[in-house]
Design a protein around this ligand. Structure first.
Ligand code: RP5
Length: 163
């Protein structure tokens, strides 16, 4: 049987991909497979229910969910699965510029956790890295790749401010 894909990246709109592709890039850099899908809590509610209730049976281990504005997708998804859900607040150009998404995602009622990351690309990148770190608990080779990435990151930081 083919190995299942461990990470699902879902987002409320195709327009979120500009931000959410940073999660995909982080997973690519660590050799972690993912599926990326548009699943909107408001425009495709039944698709969201079908995805969330079927995610564990589909073989996913971690869900990354990004949305902007009234960002209900991460929380609603978390309400229908016990897989870890990592929420990424996507900033929109208009409106409240990410504060709305952040508060919508982070302020979950006790009992239904969403691991909320930073607003925007940094949050999406960290969601990808954190998903990999969760998977690495049961994957020593992936854990080694994460250690190597961290070491390379450390080596890339100069200790001077010279040009
Ligand atoms: C949210 O509405 C989506 O996650 C997106 O961030 C925002 C705007 O969507 P579009 O109008 O660009 O499709 O549900």
């Amino acid at each position: 049987m083919a190995a299942s894909v461990p990470v699902a990246i879902i987002m409320g709109s195709r327009s979120d991909w500009n931000v959410m592709k940073a999660a995909a890039a982080a997973l690519d850099s660590l050799g972690v497979a993912y599926d990326a899908k548009v699943v909107s809590a408001h425009r495709t509610p039944q698709r969201m229910v079908d995805f969330a209730t079927g995610a564990k049976a589909a073989g996913y281990k971690v869900i990354i969910a990004g949305a902007g504005g009234a960002a209900h997708l991460p929380g609603m998804t978390a309400s229908m699965t016990t897989l870890p859900v990592l929420g990424v607040p996507v900033p929109l150009k208009e409106g409240l510029k990410g504060i709305d998404s952040l508060l919508s995602i982070v302020q979950m009622p006790g009992g239904v956790p969403v691991g909320t990351l930073a607003v925007g690309e940094a949050g999406a990148k960290n969601a990808g890295l954190l998903a990999a770190q969760i998977l690495a608990l049961n994957d020593p080779e992936l854990a080694e790749r994460i250690e190597a990435l961290r070491a390379a990151q450390t080596d890339s930081v100069p200790d001077t401010v010279e040009d």
